[in-house]
Design a protein around this ligand. Structure first.
Ligand code: FES
Ligand SMILES: [Fe+2]
Length: 367
């Protein structure tokens, strides 16, 4: 890893296989990345009513975020203050958070409101759920295990400017889903950093509309990488292009451009004038990653009475694309344990991958 920090891009190689398979490296990642960085949990519109919640796993920590009347969204450790039972599962809506073990009950503000059959001197008002940092950026909800972490937004200033006209905060969720992939989380991030593989791995799905040759690298920053894909006129990657551009703030150039952005460590998105496809990754050990992903649409691009039908069609297209990637990157991870696996020379089209590797190396080497 140190070596990768010292090598210029022209001579750069991929990370060594151990970086993906070693439990010791994962422990370092937990300590220096997952315990400290901002993690995307999903879209703010998933919390549009008090009590709506989403659970997630940030490395070793089970946490949840929940809509709260006074604060918008709050996040907590998913650990009961009595004897540490898991409070919430999956996603859903809960007016009160009731522990499934002995029924201790918390409000969405984290305060313990009742604890059945406890001795009279037990004072519920002295007990609260451990609260985590929450930040909202452009309609995304991020949580941080470290309540003293510096804010996320300043690290995203350059990408915020690039995306400003898209007004990502206006996009509304069409669907959100979850899958477990048998690969290292970094293999999935790396796959999303480059369009080099598109003409080979996605010849019939992505390549006709968003070809490898129309990708352009843009310099990233401390907290993100980015590149753009131009689309080929007249060929829709998506289904049923609707009424044309409805976002009056986009320039002509922006309307034909898909910005692709990765916010470190593990939030990935591809944006267009009418849709946004996103993934938020949660590592589960070295060889598994929980993938929360979804699509949000710019307002008005899908008629209300056709939302479900369109969501199903768009999901089917993206399921096909994901299946193409998944088959390959699950094998990539499996091959990382081969005695013949080695790091390989990077292609000029893998500049964003190199930036992501530099981020990992910086964090793990403490530079
Ligand atoms: S562990 Fe939650 S009420 Fe006992
Ligand atoms: Fe891909």
């Amino acid at each position: 890893l140190q070596h990768s920090l010292e090598t210029p891009f022209e001579e750069a190689r991929s990370l060594p296989p151990d970086a993906f398979t070693s439990p010791a490296i994962l422990r370092l990642e937990v300590e220096r990345i997952f315990d400290r960085e901002w993690h995307c949990i999903g879209r703010l519109d998933e919390f549009d009513e008090p009590g709506k919640y989403v659970t997630l796993q940030i490395a070793d920590e089970a946490v949840f975020a929940i809509g709260d009347r006074s604060a918008g969204v709050r996040a907590y450790a998913n650990v009961c203050r009595h004897r540490s039972a898991r409070l919430l599962e999956g996603r859903g809506k809960a007016g009160r958070i009731v522990c499934p073990y002995h029924g201790w009950t918390y409000g969405t503000d984290g305060a313990l409101v009742s604890a059945p059959l406890m001795a009279p001197e037990f004072d519920v008002s002295k007990c609260r759920l451990p609260q985590l940092g929450v930040e909202i950026w452009r309609g995304w909800v991020y949580v941080n295990l470290d309540r003293d972490a510096p804010p996320l937004a300043p690290r995203l200033a350059a990408v915020d400017e690039e995306l400003a006209n898209y007004h990502l905060e206006d996009y509304r969720s069409l669907f959100v889903t979850e899958e477990i992939w048998d690969t290292n989380w970094k293999c999935l991030v790396e796959n999303f950093t480059e369009a080099y593989h598109v003409f080979v791995a996605h010849p019939d799905t992505i390549e006709p509309a968003l070809p490898t040759r129309l990708g352009t690298y843009l310099p990233g920053g401390e907290g993100f990488y980015r590149f753009t894909q131009k689309k080929v006129e007249g060929i829709a990657f998506d289904v049923d292009k609707g009424a044309g551009c409805l976002n009056p703030r986009l320039s002509d150039d922006e309307r034909h451009t898909y910005p692709i952005v990765g916010i470190y460590p593990a939030h990935l998105m591809s944006v267009s004038e009418d849709r946004m496809f996103w993934l938020a990754l949660q590592p589960q050990g070295v060889g598994q990653v929980r993938v929360r992903w979804g699509v949000a649409a710019y307002p008005g691009t899908i008629a209300d009475d056709r939302r479900d039908e369109q969501a199903a069609k768009i999901k089917a297209v993206l399921d096909a694309v994901n299946a193409e990637d998944r088959g390959i990157i699950e094998q990539v991870f499996s091959n990382m344990s081969s005695q013949f696996a080695d790091s390989g020379r990077l292609c000029p089209l893998e500049l964003c991958l190199w930036e992501f590797n530099q981020y990992i190396a910086r964090k793990l080497c403490g530079a």
